[in-house]
Design a protein around this ligand. Sequence first.
Ligand code: SF4
Length: 340
Amino acid sequence: MTTPQPSTRPPQAAPGEPLLCAEGLHTHFELRQWGFVRVGSVRAVEGVDLTLGAGEAVAVVGESGCGKSSLARTLLGLHRPTGGTVRFDGTPLNGLSGRALKRYRARVGYVQQDPYGALPPFMDIQRILAEPLIIHGVRGRAERERRIDTALAEVGLTPAADTRRKFPHQLSGGQQQRVVIARALLLRPAMIIADEPVSMLDASVRVEILELLRRVQREHRLALLYITHDLSTVRHYVDRALVMYGGRIVEQAPVTDLLARSGHPYTEALLSALGDPDADNARRQREVPGGEPPSLVHPPSGCRFHPRCPHAMQGKCEVEPPPPDFRPRADHRVACWLHE
Ligand code: SF4
C-alpha cells in the first residue's frame, strides 16, 4: 500500500490575513525552593497582543531578559501559556497536544540561536534532515532525498550531495545555520520563527543569513517572526517591528515608521545607542537611560520603564501601567502616557 505524499502546503490564510493571533498572552514560570515550595514566579510574558499576517515579516526587538524568547517558545508550543489565547490559521492552540500539536509544529519552522547546538553532532546532515520528514510521515527514501536536496539548494548549500555526507563540525557557523534554515523549510511551513538567528555568527555572515531568511520568506510567502536584541538588523528584513520591555509590548509600527518616528522613550533609547543614521540629531545625542532591564520576578509598578525613563511623570508613571494602544498614527501603537 502506498502512502500519499504531502505534495502541497496545507491551506492557509490569504496574504495579509492574520495567520497567527495572540491576545492577552501570559507566560509565567513558577519559582520553587527545594523543588516544591513556591516562592514566586517569573512573569516572562505579560498581556501580549500580537498578530502576524500570512506572508508578513515581523520583528520582536528587546534587550536580553525582556521575555522575547519566552514569547517565541510559547508561540511554538514549547511553553504552555498561563493566560490569554493563541490562534493559528483560525485554530486555538491552547491545550493542543498529541497529533494536533504535531500537525501545528509541521506548519511552523524554527530557526534557533545556536546552530551548532541545534544540530546533533553525531549525525550527518542527511540523517539530520531526514528525521523530521520521517517523523511527519514523508515515506520513501527517494522523496525524502528529493526534498532534502531542494532545501539545501534553496539555502545555497550546493552540491547538495557533498553537504549531505558531512557532519555539523565539518561546516562553518554560517553553513550550519543554513542547514538549520533548510530543516525549517523541509515540511513546507506556513510560518518561521527565528530566535536570534545571527547573534552567534561572525559579523561577516550575519547579513548573508538575514538576506537568506528574507528571500525564502518572500519566495514562499511565509510569515516570519524574527526575534532579536539588535534593532539595527530589522530595517531591511521585516515589514513591521514590535518592541518588548519587561515582558510587555511597548511599541509596534511599520518598521520604517518605527525607526524614523519612534514614540516610546525605550525605543528612542535603543535608537540612540545605535546612532541610527535616519534618526534626527537630537535623538542620536541622547544617552541610553542607565540601569538594568527590570526584574521579571519583581517588576516595577506602573510603567515598567519608569525607573529608567527620562520623561517619567511623578505620581502617574510609577502608579498606572499605560494601556498598549495609544495611536500617534493609525498603524502605530505606543504604551506610554506621553501619548495620552
Ligand atoms: Fe516614560 Fe511614563 Fe512613558 Fe513609561 S509611561 S515610558 S515612564 S513617560
